[in-house]
Write a protein that binds this ligand. Structure first.
Ligand SMILES: *[C@@H]1O[C@H](CO)[C@@H](O)[C@H](O)[C@H]1NC(C)=O
Ligand SMILES: *[C@@H]1O[C@H](CO)[C@@H](O)[C@H](O)[C@H]1NC(C)=O
Length: 287
């Protein structure tokens, strides 16, 4: 029944778009299902709509060049839609039971498999996302480095210690975390650094993090430009409870001499496993 409703909605959308927007060659094409509340990319939520929800949303999205996709959602009988600045072709599957349907705006342009079309710059842009589902992820812009004390670990399911670490990944099956049991000591650091050359502009970073444990340490997101000392743009310490949190919007000013660094610092005991998942770097300032 659900599927049939969405099929009808999708058909209505295609009809609406082809009638009103054919001359601009713009359209909204169905991309994927996304979990409800997977809203890191949303910059506006529309809950009141005079006409049809799809009509209102697609019209608003097509008129605003910063809108790259819409999500049509239903929760507890309430329908709403979100205008989305970027979207997630790297997304691998739905984990929750409630989902939204995501429709991306596409021009008559074919972008590469790991790219999306940015209407403001009129370019296909690279999708920088670390979901950690694969050991080597072509879209991931973060990698291990030297100079720290230990490495981040890729993991599925819970970590090996009780009372710390997540029960499972936030998106997909795998995440990365700092394993802080012996031989790790207080203050030991684990770094992930960027492996890309950036343009001279502000990027937007979003991610999920999990920092559960009574002796939880510190997670920092820094930039390092040339030989300058690191600049910390976001930092959090201590127990954040046994739940995934989202960091929705972190502006990072970058240039072709800048490296992004994630620094995990172990707390005073092994209840200090910290995790990250679905780290996305959007090639524009946060909306
Ligand atoms: C896209 O462009 C091609 C070549 O110009 C054209 O043949 C095709 O009909 C266009 N498709 C749409 C959906 O506009
Ligand atoms: C890096 O940016 C500077 C300043 O915009 C420019 O002069 C230089 O050519 C760039 N270097 C590379 C390798 O792109």
């Amino acid at each position: 029944m659900q599927t049939r409703i969405w099929n009808i909605v999708a058909l209505m959308l295609l009809v609406t778009v082809s009638v009103s927007k054919a001359e601009t060659c713009e359209s909204l094409l169905y991309e994927s299902d996304v979990p409800l509340a997977f809203d890191i990319r949303a910059y506006e939520t529309i809950t009141t709509f005079p006409g049809s929800l799809m009509g209102t949303c697609s019209d608003r999205c097509l008129r605003d060049k910063s809108c790259l996709a819409v999500e049509i959602c239903e929760s507890g009988g309430t329908k709403y839609c979100r205008l989305v600045r970027g979207w997630t072709p790297g997304y691998l599957g739905v984990t929750g039971t409630e989902t939204c349907k995501q429709y991306a705006v596409v021009l008559n342009t074919t972008c590469g498999a790991l790219e999306f079309y940015d209407r403001e710059t009129a370019q296909c842009v690279q999708q920088d996302v670390c979901n950690f589902e694969l050991t080597t992820e072509p879209t991931c812009f973060l990698t291990e480095t030297t100079g720290d004390i230990f490495d981040w670990t890729r993991r599925s399911g819970s970590t090996s210690s009780v009372s710390t670490g997540p029960p499972s990944a936030k998106v997909g099956s795998y995440y990365k975390y700092t394993e802080t049991s012996s031989p790790r000591l207080t203050g030991d650091t684990a770094w992930l650094v960027s492996n890309r050359v950036f343009e001279d502009k502000t990027y937007c970073l979003s991610m999920y993090y999990h920092m559960y444990g009574s002796t939880q340490g510190t997670l920092k997101i820094q930039t390092i430009t040339g030989s300058d000392p690191p600049v910390t743009h976001w930092e959090l310490s201590g127990d954040q409870g046994n739940t995934w949190h989202s960091l929705d919007k972190l502006n990072l000013p970058l240039n072709n001499n800048t490296m992004i660094r994630f620094e995990g610092i172990r707390g005073t005991n092994y209840y200090s496993d910290m995790s990250i998942d679905y780290v996305v770097l959007w090639p524009f300032a946060c909306p």
